[in-house]
Write a protein that binds this ligand. Structure first.
Ligand code: ZN
Length: 280
């Protein structure tokens, strides 16, 4: 197990963690808390959803001296018609453009699936969709990180549920811009997790590490994630495996929680920082 984290130099927070806040509020509050990494969800840089433009975001972020590990999220490749698959690719290309505009290192991919479609077919379509985006990602110098999602989402959200399936696509496409985002919430239960993390390290595909916790009495499949230390995930041990590969990127705090979104967000941010220092 690695030593506890005393400083916040490798702490990043996803804007969706503080969903009630605008990008401006996130930047100002994270900066005041001593956090200088921020992963951006597209809603805060989409004017039609009340956000700023990517160009405005870029200057706000650089003025404040923030690093942006990721723009979240692209993906959702499988579809039951060619036209829809092409629309998904087009949307991902736009997402890569936005990532470039705000200086994000990578786009996180929640790959999608179609209810009722065989998972093997959905994975084949996912690989095809990602392949169609790699040239543009390379031209924009934006990495693509496949995020395996917990198998409870296999029906309707992601056909990639373990590191193994993400690895298979990385191995098939063999592109230095393509890798994996390891989110403890989704993969903590996997008996092969340590081995897969090692292999991702060797293959140069370990792009990101996301933290939150699995509440034992989960009340919602989407919006009941816990703060680090509130659930059953041994985050320090997993972080140790990740760091044993040489990974020195951000530990990205990504929590969706109706309870925490209802709280005063400044108080919540204090809890996040405390949980980060005690339980990551
Ligand atoms: Zn994540």
């Amino acid at each position: 197990m690695p030593a506890p984290i005393e400083d916040l130099s490798r702490c990043a927070i996803h804007t969706f963690t503080n969903k009630p806040w605008s990008l401006r509020q996130c930047i100002d509050s994270y900066q005041a808390a001593g956090v200088s990494g921020i992963s951006i969800w597209r809603n805060v840089i989409t004017p039609s959803e009340g956000g700023v433009t990517p160009e405005e975001a870029a200057s706000m972020l650089s003025d404040a001296g923030f690093s942006v590990p990721a723009l979240v999220r692209g993906g959702f490749f499988p579809a039951d018609e060619d036209g829809k698959r092409q629309s998904a690719i087009d949307e991902n290309l736009r997402c890569i453009d936005e990532a470039k505009a705000i200086g994000a290192e990578m786009v996180v991919l929640v790959v999608g699936t179609v209810p009722g479609m065989p998972l093997a077919e959905a994975r084949r379509q996912t690989a095809e969709g990602i392949a169609a985006c790699l040239e543009h990602a390379t031209a924009c110098n934006v990495k693509l990180a496949i995020e395996p999602l917990h198998p409870m989402y296999a029906a309707d959200r992601s056909c990639i549920n373990r590191m193994a399936e993400a690895r298979e696509i990385c191995e098939a496409l063999q592109n230095p811009m393509l890798g994996i985002a390891v989110d403890v919430y989704h993969v903590w239960w996997d008996a092969d997790l340590q081995w897969e993390i090692d292999v991702a390290g060797e293959q140069g595909t370990l792009f990101a590490f996301h933290v939150c916790d699995w509440r034992v009495e989960t009340r919602s499949m989407l919006t009941d994630r816990g703060l680090m230390g509130e659930g059953c995930i041994d985050i320090p041990t997993i972080r140790g495996w990740v760091e044993d590969t040489g990974f020195r990127g951000y530990n990205e705090v990504e929590i969706f929680s109706e309870d925490y979104w209802a709280m005063d967000q400044n108080e919540y941010l204090q809890k996040i920082v405390q949980a980060y220092q005690q339980s990551v």
